[in-house]
Write a protein that binds this ligand. Structure first.
Ligand SMILES: CC(C)(COP(=O)(O)OP(=O)(O)OC[C@H]1O[C@@H](n2cnc3c(N)ncnc32)[C@H](O)[C@@H]1OP(=O)(O)O)[C@@H](O)C(=O)NCCC(=O)NCCS
Length: 268
């Protein structure tokens, strides 16, 4: 019997957090939730840790969405837009909007029964390249220039995750030029969209929210709420501790090149 979708409401976006490092005995139900394509994708990971984390991410995503819809996790079907954004398959507006982000062993999921949304988390790690120049708009770079050195990393990652959450919510992936919109970078108050080229009322249409995350992570949600005020409802609690990760280059030069190639390709 299929149950009616659980209503989340106009004022709330549900947020789920979980660890992707699960004990082996917890894996069977997660594996059996996957469809063939997901199973094949899992099999293609070279490193076992990455494979197991993908299974723990996709399996739990299916279990959570299934619990809202009253559907067994393995009965859910996803479709993907041209940029790879997953949504629940079916005709018309899906009963739930969702977006997933993972960084190291931590996954977060935002769910709404009415708003198109995106979520992003990143581990705050030092890096060497001038990434802001590569990825941020002129206004964002100007705002970063006046941030005291000791606050730079936090401001950089706030800007990054807000931009990434917006790109993911928007759905156009890397075909949305990163210099075509500005976000706030300050730590106080609610984050905001300041500008989106060609859409004068975009700042009033989009709401941004900071995520409460384990120490060392920064994250944001962006949602097209059309002026409705929303707050986050942490379902299943927040993760308080995470295993220490090996520190390393967070965004090596090779990934910048890949990003630039993808950006160029998506604009052809
Ligand atoms: C595809 C993209 C979403 C990847 O982002 P990411 O930070 O590497 O990954 P995240 O963990 O946040 O999100 C991955 C999840 O988002 C979802 N996703 C995939 N493509 C997506 C898209 N186009 N839009 C929204 N969500 C998407 C999937 O659920 C995916 O999970 P999966 O890998 O387990 O299938 C995309 O935004 C991208 O490649 N960004 C490159 C990074 C960049 O240039 N950022 C600039 C910020 S200033």
């Amino acid at each position: 019997m299929q149950l009616k979708p659980v209503s989340i409401g106009a004022g709330t976006i549900d947020v789920w957090q979980w660890s992707l490092d699960v004990p082996l005995e917890a894996l069977p139900p997660l594996v059996s939730a996957l469809n063939e394509a997901e199973f094949a994708r899992a099999s293609r990971f070279v490193h076992e840790q990455h494979r197991l984390r993908f299974i723990a991410g996709r399996g739990r995503l299916r279990a959570i969405l299934g619990s809202y819809l009253g559907v067994a996790p393995n009965r859910l079907a996803f479709s993907y837009n041209a940029f790879g954004k997953p949504r629940l398959a079916g005709r018309g507006e899906p009963p739930l909007h969702f977006n997933l982000s993972h960084s190291g062993p931590t996954a977060v999921l935002a769910v709404s029964d009415r708003y198109q949304l995106g979520i992003d988390i990143e581990r705050v790690l030092p890096f060497r390249e001038n990434l802001a120049e590569h990825f941020f708009s002129g206004a964002e770079n100007e705002a970063l220039k006046v941030v005291p050195a000791q606050d730079y990393l936090g401001a950089f990652f706030r800007c990054w995750t807000r931009k990434e959450a917006f790109v993911k919510a928007h759905g156009a992936g890397l075909s949305l030029p990163l210099e075509s919109f500005d976000v706030t970078i300050d730590p106080v108050g609610e984050p905001r969209l300041l500008r989106l080229d060609g859409v004068d009322d975009a700042p009033a249409q989009w709401q941004f929210l900071n995520l409460t995350l384990p120490r060392g992570y920064v994250g944001a949600v962006a949602a097209l709420t059309a002026g409705n005020a929303v707050s986050l409802n942490y379902r299943g609690g927040t993760l308080q501790t995470v295993r220490r990760e090996r520190r390393g280059a967070w965004w090596p030069a090779a990934r910048i090149e890949r990003h630039q190639a993808l950006s160029r390709a998506s604009r052809i």
